[in-house]
Design a protein around this ligand. Structure first.
Ligand code: CDP
Ligand code: MG
Length: 141
């Protein structure tokens, strides 16, 4: 399996509930490497743009409000099959449907407040990494 990079976000609920370390522990235990990381608070325009794919969905306005409600931690994860591996570690969007032992099954409060974001495919991973990081901010360069 090729080495891939994927974008991950510890969402505002995860940061507020002191789950940054628990989320990172799971990435590292699964062999994913954090090759870039930053804390920031998304502005409304940024959040709307990041989730533009969902702009026609009924949950979009609430999603933007939630994602701008507090700081997030964004990171690039690298490793073999990192995109799918991260999605496996995260679990399904709805914590009620997520497999036992996944971040969302174990830690999420609701389908909206579900602790983490993760890119879903190679193309979105590249776009989402570029949304937050310059190529010179990824290690090793
Ligand atoms: O995050 P993921 O790729 O698993 O799910 P998505 O379908 O791309 O949706 C993006 C985010 O919108 C989710 O992670 C939830 O925070 C939120 N969402 C929601 O509030 N209600 C839904 N019915 C679906 C998604
Ligand atoms: Mg998604």
């Amino acid at each position: 399996m090729p080495v891939e990079r994927t974008l991950s976000i510890v969402k505002p609920d995860g940061v507020a509930r002191n789950l940054i370390g628990e989320v990172y522990r799971r990435f590292e235990a699964a062999g994913l490497k954090v090759i870039a990381a930053r804390m920031l608070q998304l502005g409304e325009r940024e959040a709307r743009s990041f989730y533009a794919v969902h702009k026609e969905r009924p949950f979009y306005a609430d999603l933007v409000r939630y994602m701008t409600s507090g700081p997030v931690v964004v990171q690039v994860l690298a490793g073999e099959g990192a995109i799918a591996k991260n999605r496996d570690i995260m679990g399904a969007t709805d914590p009620k449907k997520a497999a036992q032992g996944t971040i969302r099954a174990d830690l999420a409060e609701s389908i909206e407040r579900n602790v983490v974001h993760g890119s879903d495919a190679a193309e979105t991973a590249a776009d989402e990494i570029a949304f937050f990081f310059r190529s010179t901010e990824l290690y090793p360069r």
